[in-house]
Design a protein around this ligand. Structure first.
Ligand SMILES: Cc1cc2nc3c(=O)[nH]c(=O)nc-3n(C[C@H](O)[C@H](O)[C@H](O)COP(=O)(O)O)c2cc1C
Length: 217
């Protein structure tokens, strides 16, 4: 697809399957495809390198984001875990039952300038650098959404609900220093009789001149 076409074709669609009748798992075909999509999505711009404290272990990149990819079999296991732990799930389990993948995208806040200060879980200082880390991670998310659209998936950028919690971080092996920017759901085009809901604000963006002006001097 042309870039402009992909941008216009991307739309939020939340596919809701019955957690007791999840869609078929497809890790084998999805893993290489998702790898390709994520590798390309990672060509997003970034202004500052991630702080050293984030660049440890296998995920040592300088980019200020991290992606934790849950293939369909893992999504279905998270449903079982959430039921066992009696998590407040909202519609999360319905989406985990339908997803071909869910990518948890985090961004990496700088450590507090006062080294003795402790940041709360998912807390961060309101610095320009942190804003730009979030901006860079968001660019990577939009790349991911557009590439997924090109490949025929419908998608949903969720704040993450229960996946933002400390127990979910621990279950899925996320470093608590990372801040979840979104749980990006990718759904198959073919959804049978499952329910699907569009984004709430889809038709509210207005015409160009309601959010953009030309500056003249
Ligand atoms: C950072 C971010 C977080 C979002 N989180 C949620 C969410 O938790 N729940 C939700 O219903 N939609 C969420 N959305 C999706 C928006 O509702 C959706 O993008 C909006 O309604 C516009 O629709 P469109 O994506 O089809 O253009 C989120 C979008 C962004 C950018």
């Amino acid at each position: 697809m042309e870039t402009a076409q992909s941008i216009r074709a991307r739309r939020t669609l939340k596919v809701l399957a019955d957690p007791d009748r999840p869609f078929a798992e497809n890790d084998g075909s999805m893993a290489p495809l998702l790898g390709e999509i994520l590798e390309t999505a990672g060509h997003a711009p970034f202004h500052f390198r991630a702080a050293d404290e984030h660049r440890v272990g296998a995920l040592s990149s300088a980019v200020p984001w991290r992606c934790h990819a849950l293939l369909s079999s893992t999504c279905r296991k998270v449903i079982d875990w959430a039921q066992r732990e009696e998590m407040t799930v909202g519609k999360m389990n319905n989406m985990l039952a339908a997803a071909d993948a869910c990518v948890l995208v985090t961004w990496l806040p700088d450590p507090p300038r006062d080294a003795t200060a402790e940041l709360a879980f998912q807390g961060f200082e309101p610095t320009l650098r942190n804003m730009e880390h979030i901006a860079a991670a968001s660019a990577a998310v939009q790349n991911l959404l557009l590439l997924a659209t090109d490949r025929g998936f419908s998608s949903y950028w969720s704040s993450g609900g229960m996946l933002r919690s400390e127990p979910a971080y621990d279950l899925l092996g996320l470093d608590r220093k990372e801040v979840l920017l979104g749980a990006i759901f990718l759904f198959p085009a073919e959804i049978g009789d499952a329910d699907a809901k569009p984004g709430k604000w889809r038709d509210e963006r207005g015409a160009l001149d309601t959010w953009c002006r030309t500056v003249e001097l």
